[in-house]
Every structure is written in structure tokens, then in C-alpha cells.
Design a protein around this ligand. Structure first.
Ligand SMILES: Nc1ncnc2c1ncn2[C@@H]1O[C@H](COP(=O)(O)OP(=O)(O)OP(=O)(O)O)[C@@H](O)[C@H]1O
Ligand SMILES: [Mg+2]
Length: 326
């Protein structure tokens, strides 16, 4: 590392250079993460976004010292994840993708034990647990066992537990994957408040909307490689992400494709059944023209939707593939 990048690494919440993980399995080598350069500043709400198998959990595993890198470097809160594991562990809170709540104790006890583990006195642990239970609206279920509470409550309890020792960096791996929309919105609200209070958060998700709603900056990863890293606006602009218009006609859309492709600003047009999908450099005025094209073919528009440049259209531009959430 150069002097400058060393300073940046020490000051950043997370800093990786050429970070790599190749799993060795009986069926051969799996290159899960190959050469990741990332910097997350203190106070950021940062999203690691990518489809299934992109390498998000592996990256998180390396940053939280649970997975040993096979190459490159990573520092969290200024400490090398390989050489200073204990220093890193003390400064991070982790919510893994799988449920890791202890089924043999109540939620309150789980929080208190974790506090004791991190060196709080019994009294401090009790106080901090009570404070977090209240803040995360877990008062009602505080004395229940984890398998007697809802998925959303269980997730909130995991986040509360991860915060017991006031970590510098909070890691969340797909926090809303298995919970209902209402619980998800509640969790989003809590996470926003935490970040507004200065908490650095790294969140992995395969939901575009989640990354878009919560994160100041986003890294999009796919097949172990970083595609781009910026704000949502920066990503959509830089990738030349198109506006996507979808029109549903009252008959087959295929005959309209040829003329649509000749319209100003249209990059691509596809017909499927009665649906016409148009990728355009800009959306303004185009809908009217498409309606005319339809009418000239004796078709009326039943439905029309305009998708402005978004992470979805950016992913399509970067990979040539549609982003699939499941
Ligand atoms: N312990 C392991 N041993 C071998 N291969 C693994 C292991 N863990 C993950 N992989 C493989 O590494 C790749 C990346 O997996 P990873 O779990 O990091 O992806 P992910 O982005 O978190 O996916 P998801 O959205 O499904 O959680 C996948 O091909 C996966 O099968
Ligand atoms: Mg994962």
C-alpha cells in the first residue's frame, strides 16, 4: 500500500484491496469473490447489492473475520481482518443471514449475555439490554423465547443484540429477506434512525428497492466482481441506464416494433404478446408517439408504465442481463 492509501485505510470504516476468496470444495474451486476494492467511510449507510450467489455473504464473512480471505487485504475500523481479528470483533456488530438467536434463553437474556461477553458489568448489560429492547419495541416479547416470536421481532432482536457493545460498524446480511412487508418497513425505519444517529452500516441485499431506499452509496456485485460503486443517482447516470416504457395494447404488439425502433431516442424495443417494451435514452414525449404508432396499427393502449432510469435498468446495462430478485 502507498502512504496515501494507508491513511485512507486507517481512516475508513471499511477498506479492502484486491480482496479475494476461493472456496475449495470436493467438486473443485469456487471463486466466490475475486479482487474487491471497496472503501466505506465512517457514518455511511452502504449497500452491497447483488443477485443470489454474487459473493455478498462471503465478503461479509471476510469483513467480520468469519471467513478467511485467500488474497488481498481488508481493514475494518482500521484493523486488518486477518492479523487483528480480536480488535475487529470488538468494534463490529453482526447480523448474519441465518437466524442465530439462542433458543434456550429469552430475548432479554440473549442480549444481556452478549453484553457480558463484550465486557459490560451485569448492571451495565441489564441497562443496555433494557434500553435496546425499548428502542426496538421488543418490550412485549422480551421475556419470550426466540421461537415464540415473529420473524420480524426475531430480526429486530438480532439487530438489538448486535448493537449491545456500541459497535463502530454494523453489518447486516439480508436483514429483511424472510420477513413480511410491514415488519420490513419497521426495520427500515429503525435502520434509518440508527444511521442518522451516526451508526456506520454495511448492508447486503438482493432487493434493489431496499438498497435504493436505504443506502447513500451502493456497490453492485455480480459473480464475485464489483460492477460499480456510487450513489444511486451516480450509478444510473454513469451506466447510461435507460428509461423503460411498457405499453399493453388490446392486441399483439409485434407489428409496432419496427416503427418504434425508428423513433428518436429509442435504443431497443421488444414485443411479448400484447406488451411492448421500449428502452429509450429519454422518456419525455415518447409515450405520446408510441400511442400514435399503436393507433396506426389499429391498437389501443390498455396500460402504460414508465420506469425511470433506476438500479434495475443500470444492472441491465452493465451486465446485459435482467436483474432477478429470486
Ligand atoms: N462455504 C462455502 N463453500 C463452498 N462454496 C461456497 C461457500 N459459501 C458460498 N459458496 C459459493 O460462493 C459463491 C458466493 O456465495 P455467497 O453466499 O457469498 O453469495 P451471496 O451473494 O451471499 O448469495 P445469496 O444472495 O444467495 O445469499 C456461490 O457460488 C456459493 O455457492
Ligand atoms: Mg448471502
Amino acid at each position: 500500500m502507498t502512504r496515501d492509501s494507508e491513511d485512507a485505510a486507517a481512516d475508513a470504516a471499511i477498506h479492502t484491496e484486491a480482496l479475494r476468496k476461493t472456496y475449495v470444495t470436493p467438486r473443485g474451486e469456487v471463486p466466490a469473490v475475486h479482487g474487491l476494492d471497496l472503501t466505506v467511510r465512517r457514518g455511511e449507510f452502504f449497500g452491497l447489492l447483488g443477485p443470489n450467489g454474487a459473493g455478498k455473504s462471503t465478503t461479509m464473512g471476510m469483513l467480520t473475520t468469519r471467513v478467511l480471505p485467500t488474497g488481498g487485504t481488508a481493514r475494518v475500523a482500521g484493523f486488518d481482518v486477518r492479523r487483528r481479528q480480536i480488535d475487529v470483533k470488538r468494534r463490529i456488530g453482526v447480523v448474519t443471514q441465518a437466524n442465530t438467536m439462542d433458543r434456550a434463553v429469552t430475548i432479554r437474556q440473549g442480549l444481556e449475555y452478549r453484553g457480558r461477553y463484550f465486557g459490560l458489568t451485569t448492571r451495565q448489560a441489564r441497562q443496555r439490554a433494557a434500553e435496546l429492547l425499548d428502542r426496538f419495541q421488543l418490550g412485549e416479547v422480551a421475556d419470550a423465547m426466540d421461537d415464540h416470536v415473529s420473524g420480524g421481532q426475531s430480526k429486530r432482536a438480532m439487530v438489538a443484540r448486535a448493537l449491545i457493545h456500541r459497535p463502530e460498524v454494523l453489518f447486516l446480511d439480508e436483514p429483511t429477506a424472510a420477513i413480511d412487508p410491514q415488519a420490513r418497513n419497521g426495520l427500515w425505519e429503525l435502520l434509518r434512525e440508527l444511521n442518522a444517529g451516526g451508526q456506520t452500516i454495511l448492508l447486503t441485499t438482493h432487493y434493489l428497492q431496499e438498497a435504493q431506499e436505504l443506502c447513500g452509496r451502493i456497490a453492485i456485485v455480480d459473480r464475485g466482481t464489483l460492477l460499480t460503486c456510487d450513489t444511486v443517482a451516480g450509478i444510473t447516470e454513469a451506466s447510461g441506464a435507460d428509461t423503460v416504457l411498457t405499453l399493453t395494447f388490446d392486441g399483439p404488439a409485434e407489428p409496432t416494433v419496427e416503427r418504434t425502433l425508428k423513433l428518436d431516442g429509442v435504443r431497443r424495443a421488444e414485443a411479448e404478446g400484447t406488451e411492448l417494451r421500449v428502452y429509450a435514452a429519454k422518456g419525455e414525449g415518447l409515450l405520446g408517439e408510441l400511442i400514435v404508432v399503436g393507433a396506426d396499427h389499429g391498437l389501443a393502449v390498455r396500460n402504460a408504465a414508465t420506469l425511470p432510469p433506476s438500479l434495475e435498468t443500470a444492472f441491465l446495462n452493465l451486465t446485459g442481463r435482467e436483474y432477478r430478485e429470486q
